[in-house]
Design a protein around this ligand. Structure first.
Ligand SMILES: [Zn+2]
Length: 246
């Protein structure tokens, strides 16, 4: 069971690495309820746990809005607030004028397609679903089995496949271009060869006419008919005359 989970997680991380350019150290934004759940379950140091899960060093962030939200929850969450403050770098999320809810803040930081390649650690199911709709949105959460990674959504897999298919299209196109170029070269090839042969035939031809009278008449006619049209014709005539006179 544990090995299976590990395998699924590794594949999911690879999916984000290959298709969306996620790189080590992995950046992870933690939200308040995730930090709270970690504390609740006594799982230990967030950096250590997340690094083990994702299979590489991590860089943790907590957004300013998240911290403000936790602070606003009062004494019951003061310990969580303290843990969140210590858990990671405080991400200046750009909402200094007016703090947003954690969900809105995180989604705003993800932009259209998560260009900063953040994993989001959150207990908020709705936020995880929303992240699954984003190209490159990735999340982790805590449940009874420990820390888990949300598998890439259908939409993400489909989106990646579509991109793959269109790339294949380009490749096919390039292949057909290449095939055409090769074909053109092949078509050019024999013609060049035949020209070469003809030029080469220029040399031996007159000799063969001189020495071997009986030599294959077909060859001489075929090969020499054009080039020898002017000069050798006279010779041939002369020779024949000589032979006849002998
Ligand atoms: Zn914010």
């Amino acid at each position: 069971m544990r090995r299976l989970k590990h395998k699924h997680t590794r594949r999911a991380v690879q999916f984000y690495e290959i298709n969306y350019g996620f790189r080590k150290p992995f950046k992870v934004i933690l939200d308040g309820n995730f930090v709270h759940a970690l504390r609740d379950t006594h799982m230990g140091d967030p950096a250590e746990i997340l690094s083990k899960l994702l299979g590489g060093p991590v860089k943790l962030y907590v957004t300013r809005c998240s911290l403000l939200e936790l602070k606003g929850l009062g004494n019951d969450f003061s310990a969580t607030y303290g843990a969140a403050k210590r858990a990671g770098l405080h991400l200046s999320c750009g909402h200094d004028d007016k703090a947003l809810s954690t969900t809105e803040c995180i989604l705003d930081n993800m932009g259209k397609d998560n260009p900063e390649h953040y994993f989001v650690a959150t207990q908020d199911k709705a936020l995880r679903v929303a992240l699954g709709r984003l190209p490159g949105g990735a999340s982790v959460f805590v449940n009874v089995n420990g820390i888990q990674m949300e598998q890439p959504s259908e939409a993400q897999r489909r989106g990646v496949k579509e991109v793959d298919d269109s790339n294949m299209g380009v490749q096919k196109h390039e292949l057909s271009q290449q095939a055409l170029a090769e074909l053109a070269q092949l078509q050019r090839g024999p013609r060049e060869k035949s020209i070469f042969r003809r030029v080469k035939a220029k040399g031996p031809n007159p000799l063969s006419i001189k020495k071997k009278k009986r030599g294959p008449p077909d060859q001489t006619q075929k090969q020499g008919s054009e080039q020898d049209a002017v000069r050798p014709k006279k010779k041939r005539v002369r020779k024949r005359n000589k032979e006849e006179s002998n």
